[in-house]
Structures are given as structure tokens and as C-alpha cells.
Design a protein around this ligand. Structure first.
Ligand SMILES: *Cc1c(COP(=O)(O)O)cnc(C)c1O
Length: 233
């Protein structure tokens, strides 16, 4: 068995176990294979092992890879998105996880209107207020959500966060709990054109804790494809 296939099975089994511990149904959790920096043949191996959802953090990589994989794949934009690249990625990305400013949301609205399509987005939340990270602070997010909810070509589907890098994933449990609770609170406000059914949180180091705390999408790169070697690709 290929290593990627083996890794996928391990990750799926761990998600299943985390769901069991939390009394959740495993069908509630979508595994996104984060394939940034990895070449197409490796993505094909993941595809053959059942992967259909792929995550990339660069527009260029989505454009280059998506036409080289079968048509039933779905692409997730998970990295900081520059406004001048929005028009390139809109038709390719099923979901943009990384909407981190109102100006970006406005650009997505304008380009989606031009193309006559509806963009599916998540708001990126910087729960831990790390200076190195993009995203809205929780205190400013509701106002942003209410503003974006008035756009007619953008649909907020939920929230995303990149938790701090920690040795022990338990250290991120409160981060995930906070984001889950915040999503529940926003959901209860029944804002028009806003649904809170997607919670994108958890990476290789902490996805099991994220699933226990309510993640509906986990973004796993290293755990499937191995270490990334920047510059060597
Ligand atoms: C790279 C990346 C991931 C995957 O990270 P791993 O630790 O390799 O699983 C997840 N989310 C985002 C936003 C990323 O940029």
C-alpha cells in the first residue's frame, strides 16, 4: 500500500475515533487533504485513496492542479487571498476559507457579481489574537458578518481558524471551544444569508481535538503527504 493511502486511512480512523469519543457521526466531518507544495502525482495517489477535497494556500497552485485532477474534486482556498487574484480563483474554489477582511469580501462580491455566481465563504477568525496571523478578532466578527450578509453574491457558510502552533494539542482545546460557541451564538441570531454549518478547524497537530470540539472540516497536510520542503518543488 502506498504511504499516502496508508496515511489517509490512519487520519480517517483517528477522525472516526474522535467522533466516537464526542458522540458525533463521522459523516459530519469532511477531511480536506492539504496538498500545497506537493506535485500532481501525489494528489492522484490521495485521489485514488478516496480524497475528493483538496486544500491549497496559493491561487497559482489551485489553477495548476485543478485541471490535472478528475472533475469530481473540490478545491478549498485556505491561504491569505490577495484581492487582485480573486477573479482567478472564484470559479475554481468550492469554498474560500480565508476571508480575513471586509475589503476582500467586497472584492469577492464584485467579482462574483460580474461572473454571475455565488461565492461560498468562511470568515477567518484569529481567536488567539496572534500578531502573525490574518483574520478577524472575535469581537469584530459579528459586525463584519452582518455587513457581508447584505452582499447578494457572497454566502457566509461558517468560520475558519488557524490555531497556534503548539507541542501539545490539548493547549488548543479552548481555542476550538471558543470558536464553536461563537458559531453557535451567531447561528442563533438567524442573520439572513448567513449559515453557520461549517467550522473549519484542526490541522495535522490538533485535528482530533478540533473534531472533539465540533469541527466539520479538518485541514490535514503533513499527516497525509508528509513534510513540506519549501523551495525544493
Ligand atoms: C498548511 C495548512 C494546513 C495544513 O497544515 P499541516 O500541519 O501540514 O496539516 C492547514 N490549514 C492551513 C490554512 C494551512 O496553510
Amino acid at each position: 500500500m502506498s504511504e499516502i493511502k496508508e496515511n489517509m486511512e490512519i487520519v480517517r480512523e483517528r477522525i472516526r475515533a474522535a467522533c466516537r469519543r464526542a458522540g458525533r457521526d463521522e459523516s459530519e466531518v469532511t477531511l480536506i487533504a492539504v496538498s500545497k507544495t506537493k506535485p500532481v502525482p501525489m494528489l492522484m495517489e490521495a485521489y485514488e485513496a478516496g480524497a475528493r477535497e483538496f486544500g491549497e494556500n496559493k491561487v497559482q497552485e489551485i489553477l495548476a492542479k485543478h485541471s490535472n485532477l478528475p472533475g469530481d474534486t473540490r478545491w478549498h482556498m485556505i491561504g491569505h487571498l490577495q484581492r487582485n487574484k480573486v477573479h482567478q480563483v472564484l470559479e475554481k474554489a468550492a469554498l474560500i476559507h480565508s476571508v480575513d477582511s471586509l475589503r476582500l469580501a467586497e472584492q469577492i462580491e464584485a467579482e462574483a457579481a460580474k461572473k454571475g455566481l455565488e461565492a461560498q465563504i468562511l470568515l477567518e477568525i484569529n481567536v488567539a489574537k496572534e500578531e502573525s496571523k490574518y483574520g478577524f478578532f472575535m469581537e469584530e466578527a459579528e459586525e463584519a458578518i452582518r455587513h457581508i450578509s447584505q452582499f447578494s453574491h457572497v454566502h457566509i457558510r461558517g468560520l475558519m481558524t488557524i490555531a497556534p502552533f503548539v507541542e501539545n494539542p490539548e493547549e488548543n482545546r479552548t481555542i476550538f471551544k471558543k470558536l464553536y460557541q461563537f458559531a453557535v451564538d451567531i447561528g442563533r441570531k438567524n442573520i439572513d444569508n448567513v449559515t453557520m454549518d461549517v467550522l473549519s478547524m484542526g490541522m495535522t497537530g490538533d485535528y482530533e481535538v478540533a473534531v472533539e470540539e465540533g469541527a466539520t472540516m479538518v485541514r490535514v497536510g503533513t499527516g497525509i503527504f508528509g513534510e513540506r520542503h519549501y523551495g525544493a518543488v
